[in-house]
Design a protein around this ligand. Structure first.
Ligand SMILES: Nc1ncnc2c1ncn2[C@@H]1O[C@H](COP(=O)(O)OP(=O)(O)OP(=O)(O)O)[C@@H](O)[C@H]1O
Ligand SMILES: [Mg+2]
Length: 399
């Protein structure tokens, strides 16, 4: 199937008083009709700049240094502003990251949505326009649209405002919707509602969506494919199901010096937990990765994919069913469980997810965690002792 949107080797720089800053490096991806592509990445990795580049709405201090963009097979890389105005809203539309900033504070919501409709339908008369605005508001889940369209942005809640911004973006039935973090500022319940709304509308209108987020869970929930961005580059692209099935490794420094010391080497790690007498769950399945000195390593994946189990194995709090864990000079094998414990605790530190600190000292907190751990049976006290120095230091260092 021909791509609706194609971005090839896109590089964008900002020219600041301190010189050129390259924020997008050789970004390439394609979007097929009817597809939802999630672009995930940390704050500042270039997601918004990427969307603005596609719409050719980059600020004056930014420049597209290389690459090409095709929409519906048409090369828009060097399109003039007059041409782009025709494409914005119809071929490609964008939901901006901050709905409050996207709306003019002193213009009524209805008038702002109407503006988006009028941009491509200047012939529409007022009653027809109002009917279309009400229809768009209804479609995006805003109740009592006739009354609501007379309100100002400050009279809308964050979630409602996000719906209004979405209504404006959908005003002219775009082929492609660039949704830049449409749920980031919302609470979990409203977030879920907006995601559901987005997928419903996408199906109804047959749009293709680039869904920008740093929320992996949201990406896994709605996307067909996922592109992982890091520091201005797309590092991995793949089917959402594939990427989230296994923990995803993003090496922050592919430029890690080859001579850097190997600190942790995980080879073919597997952990299986019994679910019932007959059924077993593979928590970690044939996982391999290496971490070198000075490196920050991201182990990312959906809830339940085995991240914490991997961390527990590294800390020797859980014993793997297969594989090896090499920690500097120590190779841990199943028969050497207890012997490895002291070394592990002295050489590593771990921040546990969802571990709530209790009032009391750092030592008590460590005891609290280990006390709830299923591996308490073997050598727990010893482990707590061994960790004490390290935890006190860590608490001091992190304040
Ligand atoms: N107008 C600007 N002038 C200079 N640098 C800019 C400008 N706008 C963005 N940048 C830089 O471009 C890089 C990418 O920014 P961008 O807004 O695309 O990140 P993002 O991935 O959308 O982050 P977030 O998740 O926080 O929205 C950042 O380093 C940012 O500082
Ligand atoms: Mg952004």
């Amino acid at each position: 199937m021909a791509a609706l949107l194609e971005v090839n080797n896109l590089s964008v720089s900002f020219f600041t008083p301190n010189g050129e800053v390259r924020v997008l490096r050789n970004v390439s991806f394609s979007l097929r009709p009817g597809e939802i592509l999630a672009v995930v990445g940390e704050s500042g990795c270039g997601k918004t700049v990427l969307c603005k580049s596609i719409l050719k709405l980059l600020p004056p201090d930014a420049k597209m240094m290389a690459g090409s963009i095709f929409i519906n097979g048409r090369d828009i890389t060097h399109c003039r502003e007059r041409e782009m105005r025709k494409l914005r809203g119809t071929a490609v539309s964008m939901v901006l990251q901050n709905p409050m900033a996207a709306m003019h504070p002193s213009i009524k919501i209805g008038a702002q949505i109407a503006e988006a409709v009028k941009a491509h339908h200047p012939e529409m008369k007022k009653p027809q326009l109002q009917e279309r605005v009400a229809e768009l508001m209804r479609m995006t889940g805003i109740d009592h649209p006739r009354e609501r369209m007379k309100q100002y942005p400050h009279q809308f809640s964050g979630g409602m405002l996000q719906r209004a911004v979405l209504a404006a973006a959908l005003a002219c039935n775009p082929d492609i919707l660039l949704a830049d973090e449409p749920t980031t500022a919302l609470d979990a319940r409203i977030q879920a509602q907006i995601l559901e709304l987005l997928t419903d509308i996408q199906k109804k209108l047959g749009m293709a969506v680039v869904f920008v987020t740093h929320d992996l869970k949201a990406a896994a929930q709605i996307a067909d494919r996922v592109a992982v961005m890091h520091q201005g580059e797309i590092r991995t692209t793949g089917a959402a199901a594939e990427l989230f099935e296994k923990p995803l490794q993003i090496r922050t420094e592919s430029k890690t010096k080859p001579e850097a010391e190997l600190l942790l080497d995980i080879r073919h790690l597997s952990c299986v937990f019994p679910l019932t007498k007959k059924r077993r769950i593979k928590a970690v399945d044939d996982l391999s990765f290496q971490i070198y000195r000075g490196e920050i390593f991201g182990l990312v994946g959906e809830s339940g994919c085995g991240k914490s189990t991997t961390a527990r194995c590294i800390m020797n709090l859980h014993w793997p069913d297969a594989g090896s864990i090499f920690i500097k000079e120590l190779i841990r094998a199943t028969k050497r469980r207890i012997a490895a414990t002291d070394v592990c605790c002295k050489k590593k530190g771990i921040l546990f997810s969802g571990c709530r600190f209790q009032p009391g000292s750092a030592h008590e907190n460590m005891r609290h965690y280990y006390g709830t751990d299923e591996n308490m049976a073997y050598g727990t006290e010893k482990r707590v002792e061994a960790c004490r120095g390290g935890i006190s230091d860590a608490c001091g260092r992190t304040g």
